[in-house]
Design a protein around this ligand. Structure first.
Ligand SMILES: [Zn+2]
Length: 383
């Protein structure tokens, strides 16, 4: 095996927290699935040992769900240069839990970190490339996919880094869309959602995932023969199933800011943390929303980068009283974030929006013309 010879690899098979063993795969590995942990890379919990504690202790799985974990905070000096440590946790032929009903043929690799916010360092990138090329040489898997590219997981914010960029492709197959695995399950006698979530082939799906993916069902009254989804509720952006983050309900911060963040996530899939705190990330996401709308509604060809640059400024349209829709909503949200409450964020430019806008324009000493055009939007969005 080439991968076992990587100098930055640490064999921790049998050494991490476990509760029994995973069964053997009944299928050959065809997919290498890339995850990120959604835990900030330098924090205490961003390593294999913590993920194992969580998967076993909290989720009740037999062992850690990923076969490989790349740990950016543990940098190793190797003859090839600095590398992030790679932890090897289970024999390759063990069907660990990480992508629900695709576990049988999918190898789980997790890069510790929350790449909505963390940036990827060279030692981590090098370890991704090294592990990938070793697995290719070892003939383990054919295609690379991110968690959210696997059947049933398009709603997952995992992984959000562009793993394709960091992979050494020599000798490897170009990534293709994975062959569809069934996304539904037919209820059988005696089934409960808990039982289904812990079934063979469903490993890694959580009861909460099932409830979210099946808004119409009554968990207490499952009907035999009824088909349920394994997880395709399109509008939910959640942290990875395998991390502590998603068990922490957020009730902090400002209610309206939280609703802005949730709307940005469900409408545009930005994967913002819903913390109710107005900061540069929320503002930047709002600019991305404006850019997306300008592209969609007005055929502009803006780069959706969340920055208020000259091109975006040139492309902005005037939003005035009576306007309805997503652009009116972004104006309302931007006014709110600047401290000028337009009333309910209802996507309609009415009296409340107008009066908040006039107050904003006066406070910023620009013409109080009751319309939001280039000047006003620039005051709202330029840092
Ligand atoms: Zn994942």
């Amino acid at each position: 095996m080439n991968f076992t010879k990587l100098p930055q690899l640490v064999d921790m098979r049998g050494k991490l927290k476990s509760k029994g063993t995973y069964s053997k795969r009944t299928k050959t590995i065809t997919h290498r699935v890339w995850h990120h942990s959604l835990t900030k890379k330098h924090l205490g919990g961003s390593d294999a040992a913590s993920f194992a504690d969580y998967h076993v202790g909290t989720l009740g799985w037999p062992g850690i769900g990923y076969t490989f974990i790349i740990e950016p905070k543990n940098v190793v000096n190797t003859p090839n240069g600095k590398r992030a440590r790679i932890v090897y946790t289970h024999d390759i032929d063990r069907r660990t839990y990480h992508v629900g009903n695709s576990n049988q043929f999918a190898l789980g690799i997790c890069v510790a970190g929350d790449y909505r916010y963390d940036t990827m360092d060279d030692a981590t990138i090098a370890s991704i490339a090294d592990l990938h090329s070793a697995l290719v040489k070892d003939n383990i898997g054919k295609n690379d996919t991110s968690h959210s590219e696997m059947p049933g997981y398009s709603w997952k914010a995992c992984c959000v880094y562009d793993y394709r960029k960091h992979i050494e492709w020599q000798g490897s197959t170009t990534p293709v869309t994975p062959s569809p695995a069934p996304d539904t399950y037919t209820i059988q006698e005696g089934d409960t959602l808990w039982g289904i979530a812990h079934k063979d082939g469903a490993g890694g799906v959580k009861v909460e995932d099932l409830i979210k993916a099946n808004p119409g069902i009554n968990p207490a009254k499952l009907q035999i023969g009824q088909k349920i989804n394994f997880g395709s509720s399109k509008d939910v952006v959640q942290p990875d199933i395998n991390t502590k983050e998603d068990t922490k309900p957020s009730s902090s911060g400002d209610e309206v800011v939280r609703s802005i963040q949730m709307t940005l996530n469900s409408r545009y899939k930005f994967g913002l943390v819903v913390d109710g705190i107005k900061g540069p990330k929320t503002k930047s996401a709002l600019i991305k929303a404006v850019q997306t709308e300008l592209n969609k509604q007005f055929n502009k060809k803006l780069v959706v980068d969340g920055k208020w640059g000259a091109k975006t400024k040139a492309a902005i349209v005037t939003v005035k009283k009576g306007a309805k829709g997503n652009l009116a909503w972004t104006l309302q949200a931007a006014l709110y974030l600047e401290g000028f409450n337009p009333g309910p964020l209802d996507s309609i430019f009415g009296k409340g929006t107008e009066s908040a806008l006039i107050k904003f324009q006066k406070a910023r000493e620009i013409s109080a013309d009751k319309k939001a055009g280039k000047v006003t939007f620039t005051k709202l969005f330029a840092a």
